[in-house]
Design a protein around this ligand. Structure first.
Ligand code: ADP
Length: 209
């Protein structure tokens, strides 16, 4: 199963991604975590990305695409993935679309986390106190919400037009949200199986190694 999560910062994508990945035995690929790993390891990519992350801006598409592609291709080969934080721009979505179509596959579901701004701001302020993330200051949080509206929001229409957008209410107890999402994914899996879609879809391509 190939699932991507779309939602503003603070919507709980990371928490739910970990739970869903464990439940369905999928790889969890979180671009924010990958970028923070590169920054902590002080790699060249990390040094370039750091300023963007700290300001709450999106890291340039080419960097994120480079960072993500090999992981997505590998996870695709190994049974599927939950993408948390990718794609966040139309250019990234197009890149992902190209990787997938080159392998005769496509995303199964784009799961949209719906949540109001007041709830988000409250959650992010709480996370800032607990985790001390450098991009969780109030000013940066507001900026990240604006970036979501301007750059990521168009993906909703993009995936709606492809017929794979599913909305989920991201408010309420964490367990209840997980249950709702798992139900959606089980339903999708059953439907795909009934349609005979669960055949091995990917052939090994040495160019990916
Ligand atoms: P949040 O969803 O709370 O903003 P993330 O950990 O997903 O947190 O992302 C943190 C930061 O990492 C973003 O503000 C951005 O700078 C960078 N980032 C993560 N994913 C992407 C992406 N797909 N494209 C560009 N930048 C990204």
């Amino acid at each position: 199963m190939r699932v991507l999560l779309i939602g503003p910062p603070g919507a709980g994508k990371g928490t739910q991604a970990a739970r869903i990945a464990a439940h369905f035995d999928l790889a969890q690929i979180a671009t924010g975590d990958l970028l923070r790993g590169e920054i902590a390891a002080d790699t060249q990519l990390g040094r370039t990305a750091k300023g963007y992350v700290d300001r709450g801006d999106l890291v340039p598409d080419e960097l994120v695409i480079t960072l993500t592609k090999a992981r997505v291709v590998k996870a695709n080969r190994e049974g599927g993935y939950i993408l948390d934080g990718y794609p966040r721009t139309l250019a990234q979505a197009e890149a992902a679309h190209r990787w997938a179509t080159a392998r005769g596959v496509s995303f199964d579901l784009a799961l949209l986390f719906e949540i109001g701004t007041d709830e988000l701001l409250a959650r992010l302020a709480g996370r800032a106190r607990q985790e001390g993330r450098s991009d969780d200051t109030e000013q940066t949080i507001r900026h990240r919400l604006e970036v979501f509206q301007s750059q990521t929001y168009p993906l909703i229409d993009y995936y709606r037009q492809r017929g794979i957008l599913v909305r989920t209410e991201a408010v309420g107890p964490v367990d209840a949200i997980t249950e709702r999402i798992c139900a959606v994914l089980h339903w999708h899996k059953a439907r795909a199986l009934a349609a005979g879609a669960d055949r091995p879809e990917w052939t090994f391509d040495p160019a990916d190694e």
